[in-house]
Design a protein around this ligand. Structure first.
Ligand code: SF4
Length: 347
């Protein structure tokens, strides 16, 4: 790997970052809890959406001690909509471990990697931003920038490539400005060297960028072909009785573990069979009100869901019954099912 070329980008990037860094709430200080929290949220969500989550999360859990003690239902509710709910649980496990260390975070990559849920990216981000260690934090943005600067066609979704780039970049880190360099690279990827239509004309590293010189910018980054997602049909029963809807908790293991859901079954059922299924749950269905369709895409699977709103006479004890306002306020309902409650609110 051409580390000389990577190291040529350091100074121009630092100068550019000083002048162009966005003001973001998690950049107000270099407190490890703040950097860690923002990084795990940013791994799955856009900056603008993270602002709200970050503020709500900090209000409920201002430090690792508060997060360590947060009841799981509240934790999942705060995380609702961010997806990857196991990350929330691992985040709490991590907070518990740091709390057990008296609130002191490890200040090396190795020490950080030993904490639950912290991988090389997050460890690099915390070690460089909070502790000025020469440790690169290589995410999708950084992979793309480097692929273009180096004119490198290695697929960026290879773990080996990520490890090689992390080591190569770390070797270029400028003493005393490690945190700034990490953030400058991320910022360049987010604001200038964007996936589509990169703004090369204003890029501080343009004169060192091989892809720009060779006219190959749009060729990068190269990714391995993705396996097709499996599609699963499901039927979701939106059972309503006296303004309350039936919900149940999902199993504590597997997809969306421990979150709430509307009762649902595999396969697409026709309306009559859906009503019969509602009957088998002892809800005494009286009227099918609406049929609706939703799609939800997970990392490896796609759910095609048919929802039936069925008015019932009986609140079966098999379920918890909640009003739409209660569902909104008190229940961690993943986006796959939240789509239905959002539609119900409009009826
Ligand atoms: Fe990205 Fe263009 Fe800058 Fe190269 S010159 S790093 S392609 S924005």
């Amino acid at each position: 790997m051409d580390t000389h070329r990577l190291s040529q980008t350091v100074q121009p990037l630092l100068v550019w970052f000083q002048a162009h860094a966005r003001t973001l709430p998690w950049r107000a200080d270099r407190e490890p809890y703040h950097v860690w929290l923002s990084e795990i949220m940013l791994q799955q969500t856009r900056v603008e959406a993270v602002r709200g989550y970050y503020a709500r999360f900090l209000a409920a859990a201002p430090d690792v001690f508060a997060l360590a003690a947060l009841p799981e239902a509240q934790l999942l509710k705060l995380w609702e909509g961010l997806g990857y709910y196991n990350r929330a649980r691992k985040a709490q496990a991590c907070a518990q471990e740091v709390a057990a260390r008296g609130g002191v975070w490890p200040d090396t990559v190795e020490g950080l990697l030993a904490l639950p849920g912290i991988g090389p990216y997050t460890a690099g981000a915390i070690a460089s931003i909070c502790f000025e260690r020469p440790a690169a934090a290589v995410d999708g943005n950084v992979l793309r920038v480097c692929a273009r600067v180096l004119d490198d066609a290695t697929p960026i979704d290879s773990a080996a490539h990520k490890a090689t780039l992390t080591a190569a970049l770390s070797a270029c880190y400028p003493a005393g400005h490690c945190g700034d360099f990490t953030q400058a690279l991320m910022e360049l990827g987010a604001c200038v060297c964007t996936p589509k239509s990169p703004k090369c004309e204003v890029c501080p590293t343009q004169s060192f960028c091989r892809a720009y010189k060779t006219g190959n910018v749009t060729k990068y980054p190269v990714k391995r072909p993705k396996a097709a997602k499996k599609t699963e049909e499901r039927t979701v029963l939106l059972l309503e009785c006296n303004g309350r809807f039936a919900v149940e908790k999902r199993s504590e293991t597997g997809l969306l573990a421990g979150l709430w859901q509307f009762p649902n079954v595999p396969q697409k059922l026709d309306a009559q069979t859906a009503v019969q299924t509602a009957q088998s749950f002892h809800t005494d269905p009286k009227e099918l009100v609406l049929e609706t369709h939703k799609t939800h895409i997970f990392t490896h699977i796609r759910w095609e869901m048919t929802g039936y709103v069925i008015r019932c006479n009986a609140m079966s004890e098999a379920f918890t019954w909640a009003s739409l306002a209660e569902l909104e306020r008190d229940f961690a309902l993943p986006t796959a099912f939240r789509q239905f409650s959002d539609e119900l609110k409009t009826l």
